[in-house]
Design a protein around this ligand. Structure first.
Ligand code: SAH
Ligand code: SF4
Ligand code: F3S
Length: 466
């Protein structure tokens, strides 16, 4: 258990917090434990929560038993994550009984979606906050010390989006948000309701943010947005490809990644940026297709046809033959027929993605797809069969693809010790392929040539070249 060194907290402190800061500093330090579900945006939000709380005299603990405050940064994109949140709170029942001062809160997308309803649904919950009120977290917790049922889920749908990235300890890689919210309203997706309207940051502010992180030692940045391709600087300074080019040209960053791309807005200018800055932007693209059937894509409100998706991917492959692609697929969207699912399989076989993240459709609150009747739903049994079939098809393709790396040598950005084995270093190729290898920790942050020895389920085993 460690106390945060508040003096050395390396992020910038927003001056509007100063009064509050003095107040909380007079109280004893509080231990905070956060669990994170969902996407990289949520991971990044958790880091922001810790950064803000640290300035307000909280310190991170890694076990809930040690905590004075437990926060669940939740995800509601599918049914399962919501159940996980509810059952996690259930596991704190005894702890809460033993430690009456313990405060438990839910933030993130379930918090935003459910608001005060969550307090009546779940026992032992003290506060709920949303995706747009993270900066208010110290005040929210403080209020929860003396009041029951504290809820703060207001959302700014209109104001300019300006934010400074906050990270506590500089690591090799960092996330930088470029847009918040989503305006696409895919008919299955809850995100536009949990993250609000789409807003882009100013290009100049974003580039400055990246420069600051690089000055602090960050080597690789992943730009985050629900649909990065619709990024547009509010002052007209540029679109997504302009942002990529500017960051590559005006910063000393070693690698620049982004997620998530949307096929409808993915354009030639992004391909050109990859060609121009291939060393930094790499040879990897995650382009979620969701379905291989134009009829289903239209029902999903995705804004492109099977043919348009294929044409874009073939164009990228032609321009960058070595590019590695991955995608997301939903099986069992209401009304999806066997032959429409076969169209998804044929697209997956044709494009040979390196990874396919496949999900069974689950109905989400507020979404257009809720209009489908019980008869129009695909049964759980059929969803399961389609999911396993898709996974089988992809496993074979993925296995074949992984073997093509063996015995080749690639430049790896060394990220740090591997999670599974701290004696082993981990890094990634420009194709985003994870490689584990033995090496000295002074290599962390460097780009070094590593020979690929053996492909493993989700990574490669490599060897540093002497
Ligand atoms: N903004 C990103 C991803 C958002 S959610 C994008 O547009 O690609 C991540 C993935 O979860 C989606 O790509 C989709 O495949 C899956 N997903 C979203 N809603 C879902 C639902 N209701 N049921 C099953 N999978 C879903
Ligand atoms: Fe959801 Fe579609 Fe927006 Fe992605 S683009 S977050 S799937 S609504
Ligand atoms: Fe989940 Fe919210 Fe991310 S619903 S996927 S945490 S945007």
């Amino acid at each position: 258990m460690q106390f945060a060194n508040v003096q050395n907290a390396s992020h910038v402190i927003d001056l509007t917090w100063q009064n509050d800061y003095v107040f909380t500093m007079l109280t004893a330090p509080q231990a905070v434990f956060i669990t994170t579900y969902g996407c990289q945006m949520n991971e990044h939000d958790t880091e922001r929560m810790f950064s803000i709380l640290e300035v307000h005299n909280y310190y991170q603990v890694t076990a809930p038993e040690d905590a004075d405050v437990i926060i669940i940064n939740s995800c509601s994109v599918r049914e399962k994550p919501v159940h996980k949140v509810l059952s996690e709170i259930g596991t704190y029942k005894t702890l809460k009984a033993q430690k009456p001062h313990l405060k438990i809160g839910v933030g993130g997308c379930v918090g935003q979606q459910e608001g005060k309803k969550l307090l009546s649904k779940v026992q032992n919950l003290d506060f709920v906050f949303g995706t747009d009120t993270i900066d208010l977290l110290p005040q929210i917790i403080q209020e929860a010390q003396s009041k029951k049922n504290v809820v703060q889920t207001k959302m700014d749908h209109r104001g300019p989006y300006t934010i400074e990235t906050m990270v506590r300890n500089t690591k090799v890689s960092a996330f930088v948000t470029i847009t918040k919210g989503c305006d696409n309203f895919c008919s299955f997706c809850v995100v536009p309701f949990t993250r609000g309207r789409e807003r882009s940051r100013l290009l100049s502010e974003t580039v400055k943010d990246v420069q600051n992180l690089v000055a602090r030692g960050v080597k690789e940045i992943t730009l985050l947005g629900q649909n990065v391709n619709s990024y547009k600087s509010p002052d007209g300074a540029g679109d997504f490809s302009d942002l990529l080019n500017t960051i590559c040209e005006q910063t000393e960053l070693k690698r620049l990644r982004y997620t998530t791309s949307h096929p409808k807005d993915f354009d030639d200018k992004v391909i050109q940026a990859h060609i121009k800055h291939v060393e930094k932007l790499g040879l990897y693209l995650h382009l979620p297709v969701q379905s291989g059937s134009t009829r289903v894509l239209s029902a999903m409100n995705r804004g492109y046809t099977r043919e348009e998706y294929l044409a874009k991917v073939l164009k990228i492959k032609k321009a960058l033959p070595e590019i590695v692609l991955s995608t997301d697929v939903i099986v069992g969207f209401p009304t999806e027929t066997d032959s429409e699912f076969e169209e998804t399989l044929s697209l997956v076989r044709e494009l040979e993605f390196e990874n396919v993240y496949s999900f069974k459709y689950s109905p989400r609150p507020f979404t257009k797809a809720l209009k489908y009747t019980a008869e129009e739903q695909v049964s759980e049994d059929v969803k399961d069969k389609r999911l396993y079939k898709l996974m089988d098809v992809q496993e074979e393709i993925g296995f074949k693809k992984a073997q093509t790396y063996e015995n080749k040598t690639y430049d790896i950005l060394v990220e740090g010790p591997s999670r599974a084995n701290p004696q082993v270093l981990t890094g990634r190729t420009v194709h985003n392929k994870v490689v584990n290898f033995l090496g000295d920790s002074n290599l962390i942050g460097e780009i070094i040539p590593v020979k690929m020895i053996k492909s493993q389920p989700f990574s490669m085993r490599g060897e540093i070249l002497n």
